[in-house]
Design a binder for this molecule. Structure first.
Ligand code: HEC
Ligand code: HEC
Length: 147
């Protein structure tokens, strides 16, 4: 009896090992099925959801999605285009949301007078959302408090 069970288990493991590589090939990243060293064209960004109204958040402390296009916005060590609308000095004129107080705290927990350096590159955390099919189906639902 135990022998039969172990033969059956080997059989199952065998199936799992052959099926997995097949599935792994069906799912592709946006740049395609390329090795890290291979050059690729950047994916086209042509279906950005851009209705200028903040989108509902899916979990507490989610960096909100960007509800507008950011194509061509300069964001490097010389200039931060996002701050021209989202800084405390400019948000009212631009009718944009001001950056929250958390963004002034540095990594040691000190409140800074200016934007903390670790929040400078906004797109590390904030991204515009695109109207595309999910790479992998899922049944994710936002927490109740945010629905
Ligand atoms: C020309 C002005 C302008 C620029 C530049 C700009 N934004 Fe915005 N942003 C807005 C406005 C207006 C809103 C919508 C505010 C509203 O309707 O409440 C907004 C909304 C947002 C929100 C949503 C806030 C929320 O509460 O959900 C995020 C996140 C955001 N922008 C990030 C960025 C980032 C990152 C950049 C730079 C890559 C950027 N924005 C550049 C004007 C701008
Ligand atoms: C390290 C990740 C990170 C970076 C970098 C970052 N943010 Fe955020 N941002 C968040 C998170 C998380 C939240 C939501 C929680 C909070 O308010 O702190 C948020 C919230 C916001 C909000 C909504 C504020 C509100 O009142 O609802 C705006 C607007 C925003 N960020 C703009 C920016 C801009 C502009 C930059 C670049 C100058 C930036 N963020 C950089 C993580 C980040």
């Amino acid at each position: 009896m135990t022998k039969q069970i172990s033969v059956f288990l080997f059989f199952l493991i065998g199936i799992a090992l052959t099926v997995q590589p097949l599935q792994a090939e069906e799912v592709q990243s946006l740049r395609g099925n390329l090795g890290l060293e291979a050059a690729s064209e950047p994916p086209t960004v042509n279906r950005v959801i851009t209705d200028d109204r903040p989108m509902t958040r899916d979990f507490v402390n989610q960096p909100p999605l960007i509800p507008h296009k950011i194509e061509g916005y300069q964001l490097d060590k010389n200039f931060n285009k996002c701050l021209s609308c989202h800084s405390w000095a400019n948000y009212q004129k631009a009718r944009a949301t001001k950056i929250p107080p958390t963004h002034f705290k540095d990594r040691d927990g000190n409140e800074r007078a200016n934007l903390s350096a670790n929040r400078y590159f906004c797109t590390q955390c904030h991204v515009p959302q695109q109207d595309v099919k999910p790479l992998i189906g899922n049944s994710f639902e936002p927490v109740k408090a945010l629905r």
